[in-house]
Design a protein around this ligand. Sequence first.
Ligand code: MGD
Ligand code: MGD
Ligand code: SF4
Ligand code: MO
Length: 710
Amino acid sequence: MSVHFVTCSLCEAMCGITLEVERGTIAHIRGDPDDPLSRGFLCAKALALKDVHEDPERLHQPLRREGNRWLAVGWEEALSEAADRLHEVRARYGANSVAFYSGNPNLHSYTAQLAEPEFTQSLGTRMRFSTASMDHLPHLFAAYHLFGHQLLMPVPDLDRTEFLLIIGANPAESNGSLMSAPGIPRRFRELRSRGCRIVVIDPRRTRTAELADTHLYIRPGTDALLLVAMLHTLAQEGLLKPGRLETFTHGIDEVVQAARPYAPERVADATGIAAETIRQLAREFAAASAAVCYTRIGACTQEFGALTCWLALALNALTGNLDRRGGAMFPRPAVDIVRVGALLGRRGSYALWHSRVRRLPEFGGELPVATLAEEIDTPGEGRVRALVTSAGNPVLSTPNGPRLDRALAGLDYMLAIDFYLNETTRHADLILPPVFILERDHYDLAYRAFAVKNTARYVPRTFDPGPSNRTDWDIYIGLAERLWTRQGGVRGGAGVLRLWLLRRLGPQRLLGMLLRLGPYRLTLARLRREAHTIDLGPLTPCLPGRLYTRDKMIHLAPEVLLADLNRLAKRLSSGNSPPASLMLIGRRQVRDNNSWMHNMPRLMTGADRCVLLMHPADAAERGLRDGQAVEVRSRTGTVTVGLKVCDAILPGVVSLPHGFGHGRPGTRLSVANRHAGASVNDLTDERRIDALTGTASYSGTEVLVRAAAV
Ligand SMILES: Nc1nc2c(c(=O)[nH]1)N[C@H]1C(S)=C(S)[C@@H](COP(=O)(O)OP(=O)(O)OC[C@H]3O[C@@H](n4cnc5c(=O)[nH]c(N)nc54)[C@H](O)[C@@H]3O)O[C@H]1N2
Ligand SMILES: Nc1nc2c(c(=O)[nH]1)N[C@H]1C(S)=C(S)[C@@H](COP(=O)(O)OP(=O)(O)OC[C@H]3O[C@@H](n4cnc5c(=O)[nH]c(N)nc54)[C@H](O)[C@@H]3O)O[C@H]1N2
Ligand code: SF4
Ligand SMILES: [Mo]
């Protein structure tokens, strides 16, 4: 038997786990009590690592579509064929006729993160999409404008705060996001036992809300109003005290001015939170010796995502809680991705150019996913004809999935880099499957930069990948080399040379270089010697030194965000949606991982999880009862799901999880297909976006619900 200490990289929590391997198979999976971040915690998904590893339906060899069949092909042949076909399309229609979509698991693979930019460069396309624009783009946007760098995003100094205000996050279920903090129940217990107050703002009483002191129900999409009214209160009552931030912050007065029209009385109806409650919340937040307002998916993926993230940062700053112990702090990871990003010229950009069909703005060189389908299915010059997806399932994850589903079927060519034949990759002409995480080495480049404690950990691979398997690094580099070769000329030659060098270096040496460049001057050899995650200490203040604005000041009141308040003011006067319709919101559940872990038998036991939650009053009004099948209809589609009547949701709001909607022909996911559920993104609408950033606005989609026809 061998024992391996590894990091689980399925979600952002990065739990330290112990794998016991006997005769080549995983015998036991346990939490590692010596991990300084997770302290022995793990969730049910960690146990399913074994299921993914052993899943007979996971792909190990390239597959080429031949009519309705899939034919296994060798790697060399597959890589060359992919490069030929992509090159053909770009030679014929121009580089921007090839689009690239990068999904969530790429953020959990350092080798993908190092090699992916090489691949996109070799494609030469502007048509780049990722999950950012249905996830954290509003955070990137706010950080870029306030701090001069998209990745300079603060996280709650969770373990040391005195007042935690959570808006639109459910870390008890999601295990934390842009706040890697495994084991939320224990952390919250410890916080509360030493007097910290926890307040949750959510249209639903979630598990997180149940662990808190106070839960306030809010109407979806109105968080910016709540925050601006809190700022109004603080200004009016003389409770603003930015403290040391004042010497390096522009725009304090502008924010105060902007908040002036938003007295709590004015926003109470729209938000559903009483004016006095808002005032009280503001006063308590300001009175705490350390407080932090933390915003996540529910705050981002809505009509006012960027405004909400910005106002939360302003609240933290104006109460002196930004860059302060127990407030919102900037982690200092061993690989400083903020600095590396700046060295590579990737601090961010906004609206330098716009999409073809809807004129949506680029951010950081990417377009919003809400425009992907129309860029494929709208005829005309510049139309997308070929697509590469990598580690993503946009048919289930992007708004108005059915439109994308149809659009994919009409592409000239599609390549998927993925180890499942799922709802998206079934449309591909060729699938290139990389190895799973246990068959490659691992370092969390991204999420160590958003953890509540500074830590570092290098994990060697647990299993040999076998001679016929390739890592994501091999695939990206292999494709990029071939694409540069086909391009030819001076640029092509330079590309080939660069990739030759990168291949010689390899991902580990690159990682070693990045570690040495980092603030702790670590070496890979040092990390290799450590069996467990190493603790690099608590978060420490770092401003103004780490700011990337030209004048080294925080720009608290950027013009684009101030101007967007006009849209918010209109929302206030437009009133609420028509009475017959309900507002749809999402939810995460601990045994799901977006769309891709439903093929794991041990995660799919128990009752159906893809059910619509509805308040008893709404159910009674429609004559619906718990457990019956209901039809949910929106502008974009109709789904049928089971109904769960429960009083833990705001009347007028219903909730459905995302990531279901399996059971489609041509997929190879027999377990998932037996628990198919329906896709919430058959209902969400690509036209509903945060107009400022183009981020998908999932929260508050208008739906009608009635009994399903039997
Ligand atoms: N188990 C599990 N864990 C996961 C994932 C998963 O799929 N499953 N996915 C991972 C990923 S990719 C991410 S990005 C993170 C996300 O992590 P979280 O942001 O914690 O995710 P959610 O659980 O979706 O929490 C969003 C909350 O916002 C609420 N909400 C919806 N609309 C509004 C609104 O308008 N205002 C307010 N105030 N609240 C609103 C919802 O009711 C919900 O409780 O989770 C990660 N972890
Ligand atoms: N309505 C609604 N929609 C949402 C959300 C929501 O809250 N509500 N959340 C959004 C968010 S935050 C996110 S992040 C997205 C997720 O959206 P996506 O990233 O598009 O979808 P996933 O379900 O995470 O699909 C991951 C894919 O990667 C594959 N995969 C797993 N590991 C690897 C690997 O190591 N390499 C490669 N190449 N492939 C791998 C899996 O087989 C799967 O096909 O969904 C978004 N969609
Ligand atoms: S919370 Fe679960 S899925 Fe996330 S890292 Fe920990 S064990 Fe893995
Ligand atoms: Mo995400």
